[in-house]
Design a binder for this molecule. Sequence first.
Ligand SMILES: Nc1ncnc2c1ncn2[C@@H]1O[C@H](COP(=O)(O)OP(=O)(O)OP(=O)(O)O)[C@@H](O)[C@H]1O
Length: 682
Amino acid sequence: MSVQYVKGVGPKRAKKLNRINIETVNDLIYYFPRTYEDRRTIKKIIDCQEGEKATLKVLVCGDSAVNRPRKGLTITKVPVRDDTGFAYLVWFNQEYFAKRLKKGQTIKVNGKVKKNFKGLEIYNPEITTADKFDNRFDRVLPIYPLTEKLTNNEMIKLISNVLKEYIDLVEDVLPEDIIKNFNLWSIKDALLNIHFPTDRESYTKAKERLAFEELLILQLGLLMIKNKYNIEKSGIKFKKVQEINEFLSKLPFELTNAQKRVLKEISKDMESDKTMNRLVQGDVGSGKTIIAILAIFKAVKSGYQAVMMAPTEILARQHYESINEMLSEYDIKCELLVGSITNSKKKEILRKIRNGEIDVIVGTHAVIQNNVEFNRLGLAITDEQHRFGVRQRAALSLKGENPDVLVMTATPIPRTLALILYGDLDISIIDELPPGRKKVETYAINNNMKLRAYNFVKKQVKEGRQGYIVCPLVEESDSMNIQSATELYEKLSKEYFADLKLGLLHGKMKAKEKDEVMNKFKNGDIDILVSTTVIEVGVNVPNANIMVIENAERFGLAQLHQLRGRVGRGNYQSYCILINESKNKVARERMRIMERTNNGFIISEKDLELRGPGEFFGTRQHGLPDLKIANIFADMRILKMAQKVANKILERDPHLQDNKYKKLRNKITNMFDSKIEDISFN
Ligand SMILES: Nc1ncnc2c1ncn2[C@@H]1O[C@H](COP(=O)(O)OP(=O)(O)OP(=O)(O)O)[C@@H](O)[C@H]1O
């Protein structure tokens, strides 16, 4: 039912709610607070800390003073005190508050504490006269994510209306035995308390129940996909290929121990009659590509075709080049299939894939289009770098008669977490870098030192190296990102680096232009590449040894690590300079982590520790469905519990056929966007 019909909403508010993706009554019920403010405890003035939000009970002890320091700014101050000290209530452009207050009145206030040389001030406080009950005070107040012209108080009203009217209609999807065994709250209690908890405990119980439900649905879905692959169809049995040894002996390097181990795991999977569904996780530069090439080699020499899908055209082309270079002398035919090739060429390639003249096809999503038909697809590799997802993976493997699937990713996450997150895949980890790699020296600096950083870049270029300058991330929109990249490029070409050759790379450029720029950079015709994060994934130019990242504080640690991985790929000492404009403590700590370590697994662990609420290093990056309330990192305990339960349920009822799972089944289909044919319910 449309949210418009909830008491207090109406067509106008409904529009505002639509903007935050609330369309139905159900959406509103499931619109959870972003945080809570505990307004039950009254603080004393003497105990107030700088920056915190505090609730105080104070006596108005003087008259208000209004100041107009400049046009458009009115500052209103009211002196107050309690038995421990003195403070000012301060409002900006809200004169009317002061008018309501009289000397000698006792009030409750809630606002942000500011301590400075003038003493203690409370900024823009909400107020209530102490004798009157006010539902914004004396309780745990939910704080909702809002949109323009929709206040938190309005939101609270709407939510309490919707709960009053509709809570009894919400169905519990969890079967009774699970609720009982795990001592969980009913869905009704959970929803009431997640919005309006009376204390910490009721919040915790509500959150636990909702997170458990969400994670159980996630785990069931993932495990069902995995089981579908593993149990129901038998896969291809690839041969032991002797030529691989010859291939390996001709490589200019020896595989690292980690690469050898992972290769063994893959070979074992490929030689068995079960379908391989394996994730290879490796830190940046750990040498995943060669592992993919070896798997392709094995597949083709066993008489099958292989396909590799990359997230961007640049990367597809790069993979194509390395694969072709290494495999062509073994009589293996490779082709590149990307959006930008001409129609006639495309037709020819499609024909050759169909009749089996091409052994290996490398491309972007172009390879999952309907018109691509393989002759005998045996191996599907996706280089995900967190851009693809469960669905694309499934689409690719549907192209063959149950081909083996290999997923490569360079987003290292702790193993325990990976096991759960990638519930549908087995996992191999390359946790060792090739010998001789030098640690990328990383420095976080502030804006004042930017010129020195640029000079350092210049010095490296004069010595024959190349560099990247990564533009700040503008979250609002893609077009703003491009604008900022273009502006920076123009500024730098005219000013600091007028004597050097600069290139610009961003996501909205035509594939052909991007290619030209990348090729020029690879060939050394561009000294410095100014770029958005399009270079984040996989680009390999070993002569580039320096990277400057502007506004580094806006990037996630995992992303900074990925970006930094573009340097330090050759024999030169490499550098990464992070320009951090934030004075925020967490931002500084994050920069320090980047300075201290080059190990992606450690970085991801630290990232988890530091991540505050609101910061999003969540499921979307991993191609998994969005979660509303559970946080796979913070709620590890619940996640493990959900995984255990999911396993138990599926052991007894692999397709969830029992009627008591009916509602759960619907939820699973919804979460996985209903499209996955791979979840089999019968
Ligand atoms: N065992 C090895 N010894 C020496 N060099 C190696 C070894 N394995 C791979 N390399 C080289 O290391 C470089 C990086 O490898 P590759 O491009 O496969 O990294 P990657 O794991 O895909 O990293 P990223 O995720 O950053 O793209 C390549 O130039 C590759 O030839």
